[in-house]
Design a binder for this molecule. Structure first.
Ligand SMILES: [Zn+2]
Length: 424
C-alpha cells in the first residue's frame, strides 16, 4: 500500500528570499507602471512536487508546514518566474560567422548569398547533420539558456525545408526535450523560405508541406504550432493565407514572422487569430493598432535588431496602444547569434523606454501566453515551480546589470537544475 500522502515528504520550502516577484495581478495587455509589481519581502516558496503549493512570508510558511523539507538560503536573494523564450531557432547545423563579418563589412544580402552564405547555407549544414548531432546541439544551447534563467524554450524547425528534413528536425527537438531540464516547445516553420529544390514555385512547395507534412506532425505528435515567414524575400500574404487555412482546419496554433522588413504579416496574423506575431520592426501605427485590438501577442526580437544593426520593434508604441508585448531572443545562426534573452530584453528596455515591469512581463507570463501555456510565467499556487534566483537585494539590479548579473540558481518543475555554487 502506498502510504505517501499529499503532504508527507514531498513538500519543499525554499527561502527566505529578500524579494519574490510573483508577476501576479498584472493584465496580459497594455503598459505596466512599476508600481503595479507585487514585491514580496522575506518570502518563501512552498513546492509540492513540480508545482507551487503556496507563496508567502517564509517564517509563516515554515511554521504552518513543519513537515516540509527546508532549502535555506543565506544572504540576499531575489526570485523571479523562470523566463520563457517564445521564439528561437536553436536547431541548426554550422555557423554563419563569416556572413556576419561580410554583412558588417557592408556586403549585401545577394553578395553574401553568392559567397555561399545566407539561410540556404544553414539549410545545407542542417540537412547534412545527423539527427543525433542536431539533438546534441539543441541540448547544449538549451542548457545554456536554462543556466541563464530560461526554463521554457520555443524551438522552430525551418532549416530542413522538405518533408523528411523537417520531420528529422522536429523529431530531434522532441527528443532533445527529454535530454534537458528546460522544456522545449516545438514549432513547424517549414514556410521559412522557398527551398531551391522547388525552382521558385512557392505554391507547389506549400502544397507539398500542407498535404504531406501536416498529417505527419499530427501522427507523430511533433508539434501543435505552425509558423510562416511573410516577407518579400520569403512568402506572400496570399500564399500564406491559403497555407494557414489548411493549418487552422487541422487545429494547429498559428504564429507568424511578421513585419520584419515590410508590412503585411501582422494583418494575416490577426486575420487568422495567430497566437503571436513576431518581429514587427517596421510595423506602423496601423499594424500596431490592429495587433493591440486583437488577442495576438506582439513579440519583439531585440536579438535580431542587434544582430542586423536594424531598428528595434516599436515596443513602447505597442504597449501604449494596449497591445500584449512578449520579448524573445530569436536565437538563430544568421541574424541573432547571441542568444541571451535577459541581456536583449534589458537593452530593448533601455532603447524603447520600457518599465522593468513591462520587460519582465515580456519574458515571463506574456511570453507564456504567446505559447498558449497557462501554468508558468508567474509564481502562484498551482503554477509550475519554475523560477530563477539572483544573488542581489533588489530586483531592479537585474535589468540594471543588462544581463551581466546571472542567476545563481534555477529551479524547474520543483527541482534545482542549476546551482552556481556547485558547478565548477
Ligand atoms: Zn525567427
Amino acid at each position: 500500500m502506498n502510504l505517501k500522502t499529499s503532504n508527507m515528504n514531498d513538500l519543499t520550502l525554499i527561502g527566505p528570499f529578500k524579494q519574490i516577484l510573483p508577476m501576479t495581478g498584472i493584465s496580459l495587455k497594455g503598459s505596466i507602471p512599476d508600481s503595479e509589481l507585487t514585491v514580496l519581502e522575506d518570502a518563501g516558496i512552498l513546492m509540492e512536487d513540480a508545482k507551487i503549493r503556496s507563496i508567502g512570508k517564509f517564517s509563516e510558511l515554515q511554521s504552518e508546514h513543519t513537515d516540509a523539507e527546508v532549502f535555506r538560503l543565506e544572504g540576499d536573494h531575489v526570485a523571479l518566474p523562470g523566463f520563457v523564450d517564445s521564439h528561437t531557432h536553436i536547431c541548426f547545423g554550422g555557423s554563419r560567422a563569416n556572413d556576419y563579418a561580410l554583412r558588417n563589412a557592408g556586403k549585401t544580402y545577394l553578395e553574401i548569398a553568392k559567397a555561399g552564405g545566407g539561410i540556404w547555407d544553414t539549410v545545407t549544414q542542417t540537412r547534412k547533420a545527423s539527427k543525433e548531432e542536431l539533438i546534441k546541439n539543441i541540448v547544449k544551447r538549451a542548457n545554456r539558456h536554462l543556466k541563464n534563467g530560461t526554463t521554457t524554450i520555443e524551438v522552430k524547425s525551418g532549416y530542413g525545408l522538405s518533408v523528411d528534413e523537417e520531420v528529422k528536425i522536429l523529431q530531434a527537438i522532441k527528443e532533445a526535450d527529454t535530454k534537458t531540464s528546460a522544456n522545449l516547445i516545438s514549432t513547424c516553420l517549414a514556410a521559412h523560405m522557398l527551398p531551391r529544390d522547388f525552382n521558385g514555385n512557392a505554391s507547389a512547395y506549400l502544397e507539398e508541406i500542407s498535404t504531406k507534412l501536416f498529417p505527419l506532425l499530427k501522427e507523430e505528435n511533433l508539434t501543435r504550432r505552425i509558423d510562416a515567414f511573410i516577407e518579400e524575400s520569403a512568402f506572400s500574404e496570399t500564399q500564406i493565407a491559403s497555407y494557414f487555412k489548411k493549418a487552422k482546419a487541422m487545429d494547429f496554433d498559428i504564429t507568424v514572422h511578421a513585419d520584419q522588413f515590410s508590412t503585411g504579416g501582422s494583418k494575416v496574423a490577426v486575420a487568422f487569430g495567430a497566437v503571436s506575431a513576431d518581429h514587427l520592426e517596421v510595423s506602423t501605427q496601423t499594424e500596431i493598432e490592429l495587433l493591440a485590438k486583437s488577442d495576438t501577442i506582439a513579440t519583439a526580437l531585440p536579438g535580431a535588431s542587434l544582430g542586423l544593426g536594424c531598428k528595434f520593434t516599436p515596443a513602447r508604441k505597442i504597449l501604449d496602444a494596449g497591445g500584449a508585448l512578449a520579448i524573445a531572443s530569436d536565437h538563430n545562426p544568421g541574424s541573432a547569434p547571441m542568444g541571451d534573452l535577459l541581456t536583449q530584453a534589458a537593452v530593448l528596455g533601455a532603447f524603447e523606454k520600457l518599465s522593468n515591469a513591462e520587460v519582465l512581463a515580456g519574458i515571463t507570463f506574456r511570453a507564456a501566453a504567446a505559447l498558449r501555456i497557462s501554468n508558468r510565467g508567474k509564481l502562484d499556487d498551482g503554477y509550475l515551480a519554475d523560477f530563477c534566483v539572483f544573488h542581489t537585494h533588489n530586483f531592479n539590479e537585474i535589468l540594471y546589470n543588462q544581463g551581466n548579473l546571472k542567476p545563481c540558481m534555477v529551479w524547474k518543475n520543483g527541482e534545482l537544475v542549476y546551482n552556481k555554487h556547485k558547478t565548477p
